[in-house]
Ligand binder design. Sequence first.
Ligand SMILES: *Cc1c(COP(=O)(O)O)cnc(C)c1O
Length: 361
Amino acid sequence: MARAHNFCAGPAALPQAVLEQAQADLLDWQGMGTSVMEISHRSPEFMAVAVAAEQDLRDLLSIPDNYRVLFMQGGATAQFAMVPLNLIGTNGRADYINTGHWSTKAIKEGHRFGHVNVAASSEDSLFMTVPDRATWNLDPEASYVHYTPNETIGGLEFDAIPEVGNVPLVADMSSNILSRPLDVSRFGLIYAGAQKNIGPAGLTLVIVRDDLLGQAVDACPTLMNYQNVADNDSMLNTPPTFGIYLAGLVFKWLKQQGGLKAMETINLRKASKLYGAIDNSDLYSNPVDVRYRSIMNVPFRLADDALNAEFLKQAKANELLNLKGHRVVGGMRASIYNAVQEESVDALISFMADFEQQHAK
Ligand SMILES: *Cc1c(COP(=O)(O)O)cnc(C)c1O
């Protein structure tokens, strides 16, 4: 059976080579007569997997030595609570930038833990743009500034890392981490659920500058305290071993592709041809400010919503899967993460053109 073109927003496509490796390893991993899921997380064999995964990630992102890499659970949503629990400090103040669905969720959760200042929001423009940095109203007392570099649902992506002075910058990179090179030193903390661009659901990645550890509020649960997790090399309790193993395979695959610079070139090419096809058609449109269009998540609408069901039906018949937009925005969305091959984007573009021709007035 052939693999379909999978545009799912998450859990998303994984590289075929990685899945084949996992398949080959499943029953008898490293000649041990067990799978990697069936051994102790404290065994030397598994510890080597975790160490290699961390090192490969460090190599890919050039993570400076004063940053810790944590393998956690609970997804990005748990980080919406863990970030304030660990970083909001005794004065309980934090800045948030609101650019869409996921930043709104982070803000809502943040309110439970202290005084959240929404320093800027593009809600007035229905989140079709990023608020101009000059208009941000930052709290001089804030313990951190939180933002969402890529809004997965709206398809809105910052085109640069915002300048916030000495205040730690915290980023939810769930849907754009590893899509291109990144200057990690600009951040206090980066987090990402794995299921978009890293590996399977169940693993959450945190990259944190070490001077930010040890500041959790007293009520912070043991397992959610970054300091404890770091002190125990992410093995305070049983970590998501299969997720770490599979993420490790993805990191090795990314290195084989030529690293993040090479991925950026491919990702920019994929996104620009898809946006080009949308912009050059009469049937499809994308409303996002061109400067801030996401290179990972491409939402688009059909001129007539009555065609949506037929579009999805025919797409599926052509093995183009999971194109339905998020329920809050409607329309379509093609998520084109690292593992989505350029051939899949080409197949989508060609299908979209055929569909438009069929429905030309
Ligand atoms: C998917 C996503 C989330 C939610 O992730 P979970 O791991 O399901 O909690 C949060 N933020 C962004 C930017 C996302 O893309």
